[in-house]
Design a binder for this molecule. Structure first.
Ligand SMILES: [Zn+2]
Ligand SMILES: [Zn+2]
Length: 417
């Protein structure tokens, strides 16, 4: 697989940038992303190469189609999107983000990775980009679950139903991916939640009569994406409290409601169970005293009680309901030993299954594997902030192939000026 990696990246990039190959390119990406754990590293590298490609031009073309969902499982892709911002809709040639004045003459070729996520590019533009991307994804979700379905009903077309529901599932998956990887994006959700009940809006997508119209596979994707969103908001210290206040427990209850009593009997498929992910979101919230307190104040117990069988069946070997109930009633019981937020993070990543792609060294023959969960991470290319390296040596070796893409952003700017 490694030897073919350049070919795969080339093929993906050329398909994705051609007018009629874009859907084949998406199919290829999707197949790669689903090709199993052992190939996860390879997919991670392809995703990062696509993000770096031509200064982000390839990525910008993909913004409005389903491939974004697959690619944003990589944090590197999310960071690039948030730095570049929303491309104009219908942008065929992936125009550069002209007004993003980042060219402040950064000369250094490496920069140490910050200990926390999201520091690079944090600032007014990143926040504004996060707001716009969130709003656009929600607009897509509304369109494809609302007005777009009028035609579907009129024509009674199964293909159209499949397409509309796929677009909803993909937009939700992207939204969950952004929420997991970016604090600025979670902030954008918080702001939106002050204006309207976003959790009720998302929960509305779980209505039985809506899900019944689509294939079971896509309905599962929608439940999984929403469960991933719940996990990310529950696991991130900055979003736990406001999410509870704004109605996250109601969304979690709606996911239980829409799930079968048992998704699968196989332990290995547990990560593909939305109810299991919801249990893990609850475990996380209940592990924090202040969050548990907030859940009690909002009488979350009564909201979850109707789903106690599903909660237990999601983890038949430990039947967690009794523990949840005690903690939701009087808070006496401590759920887990004290764990720092940094220790929960790897668990959150793994909980997301194939919705999560590790960060890898951009040098294709690198054997370092995924970036370590804790401690010093890989360094970034100081120019594009996209390419990642386990060592200075690998950065030097990768430069030969990377330089033309790394420079592309600047070159494009010169052309469009
Ligand atoms: Zn670079
Ligand atoms: Zn390396």
């Amino acid at each position: 697989m490694e030897g073919d990696l350049d070919n795969i990246v080339e093929r993906c990039a050329s398909l994705l940038t051609s007018a009629d190959g874009i859907w084949s390119g998406c199919g290829l990406l999707l197949a790669l992303s689903k090709s199993g754990d052992e190939n996860r590293i390879s997919f991670a590298r392809v995703a990062q190469e696509i993000a770096a490609r031509d200064g982000g031009a390839v990525l910008r073309r993909l913004f409005y189609i389903v491939s974004l969902a697959t690619l944003t499982s990589s944090k590197v892709v999310v960071e690039r999107c948030l730095r570049d911002g929303l491309p104009p809709e219908g942008a065929e040639r992936g125009r550069g983000p002209e007004e993003n004045g980042t060219g402040t003459g950064r000369e250094k070729t490496h920069s140490e990775r910050e200990p926390e996520e999201g520091k690079i590019g944090r600032g007014p533009e990143e926040k504004e980009n996060a707001r716009q991307i969130y709003a656009r994804l929600v607009l897509h979700i509304e369109h494809f679950s609302g007005p777009a379905r009028l035609l579907e009903a009129l024509l009674n077309s199964p293909q159209l139903t499949a397409f509309n529901s796929l677009m909803v599932a993909a937009s939700l998956e992207s939204l969950a991916n952004f929420a997991r990887a970016s604090k600025a994006f979670r902030e954008a959700i918080r702001e939106a939640a002050e204006e309207r009940n976003v959790f009720e809006q998302f929960g509305d997508l779980l209505r039985a009569e809506y899900l019944a119209k689509m294939s079971r596979r896509i309905a599962l994707e929608i439940r999984l994406a929403l469960a991933s969103l719940a996990v990310s908001l529950a696991y991130s210290v900055d979003s736990q409290m406001w999410a509870i206040v704004r109605g996250l427990p109601k969304l979690i209850a709606a996911i239980y409601e829409a799930s079968p009593l048992r998704e699968s009997s196989k332990y290995s498929e547990r990560l593909m169970s939305p109810a299991y992910r919801c249990n893990m979101a609850l475990v996380r919230l209940l592990s924090v005293d202040s969050a548990a307190e907030k859940l009690r104040a909002h009488n979350a117990l009564e909201g979850f009680r109707p789903h106690k069988r599903k909660i237990n069946m999601a983890e038949p070997e430990c039947h967690p309901w009794t523990t949840f109930k005690i903690r939701l009633q009087d808070g006496e019981l401590s759920l887990t030993r004290e764990m720092s937020a940094a220790n929960w993070k790897p668990m959150e990543d793994r909980l997301n299954g194939r919705f999560w792609t590790p960060v890898v060294c951009s040098r294709k023959l690198c054997a370092a594997g995924r970036e370590p969960d804790v401690g010093k991470g890989f360094s970034k290319c100081g120019r594009c902030q996209v390419a990642r390296y386990c060592s200075k040596e690998h950065q030097k070796l990768h430069w030969e192939t990377h330089k033309k893409h790394c420079k592309a952003d600047q070159a494009k700017k010169d052309v469009t000026d």
